[in-house]
Design a protein around this ligand. Structure first.
Ligand code: ACO
Length: 194
């Protein structure tokens, strides 16, 4: 996904984390530069959120700059710095955040938890199935110091379920009534369970 402006002037790394300030890491500049940066980040977040919704067949985007601004979510962007004649292109995004959930294990025992969740995940159509998704996901796991089976997934697509199976061996989803999915290893062990 290309933009008229130079992404390499906004982002210094190929994996960038954006939070509710909409300010990329390493930003330095005056108030005018700050507004300009936030306006560009707004355009990027809205465009990639729209593309993700389209790819998932959703009528409305899950990810918008406005929603990000009003949340504690983390949005990771993947940048191909060499694309678009050196101006860079956004090749994917991954959004995470904590949600208060009731979840049931296979035995029907329920838990009230606030786990880290995968809320939105998208790699540009031209780059899917070439390892970009894994790269971005690994970056997030490293940053958040997480094992994938400790995360809850909001309405995973079949592609994402395939991805989790292939890369992390997560293949027996425990589907929840709230449309989240968790995997074995998510639940705390009961007292007395070996
Ligand atoms: N059909 C089936 N499995 C797929 C497909 C596909 N079209 N695309 C990716 N996968 C799975 C497969 O397991 C694949 O391995 P394989 O090619 O050997 O079969 C594996 O993912 C490839 O791994 P990566 O290349 O690292 O993954 P990719 O860069 O394609 O990113 C992602 C995965 C984000 C799911 C991407 O395919 C995508 O954007 N899909 C469309 C949007 C989507 O479904 N997003 C997830 C929504 S659910 C949520 O956001 C919580």
């Amino acid at each position: 996904m290309e933009f008229r402006f130079n992404l390499n002037e906004l982002f210094q790394e190929p994996c960038v984390e954006i939070g509710n300030t909409l300010i990329p890491p390493g930003f330095a500049g005056d108030k005018r530069a700050l507004w300009d940066t936030q306006s560009k980040v707004t355009q990027i977040v809205n465009a990639i959120g729209e593309a993700s919704a389209h790819a998932q067949g959703l009528t409305k985007p899950i990810t918008t700059a406005d929603r990000l601004r009003n949340s504690e979510h983390r949005l990771y962007l993947l940048i191909d710095q060499a694309a678009n004649n050196g101006k860079g292109a956004v090749t994917g995004m991954l959004k995470t955040g904590e949600k208060g959930l009731y979840v049931f294990d296979r035995e029907g025992q329920h838990y009230q938890v606030s786990p880290p969740c995968v809320l939105d995940f998208y790699i540009h159509e031209s780059r899917q199935r070439t390892g970009f998704g894994r790269r971005l996901f690994e970056h997030m796991l490293e940053r958040e110091q997480l094992e994938p089976n400790k995360m809850a997934i909001d309405r995973p697509s079949d592609k994402f379920l395939g991805f989790l199976n292939k890369h992390y061996g997560l293949n027996t989803p425990v589907k929840q009534m709230n449309n989240y999915v968790v995997f074995d290893g998510f639940f705390p062990k009961h007292a007395g369970t070996p």
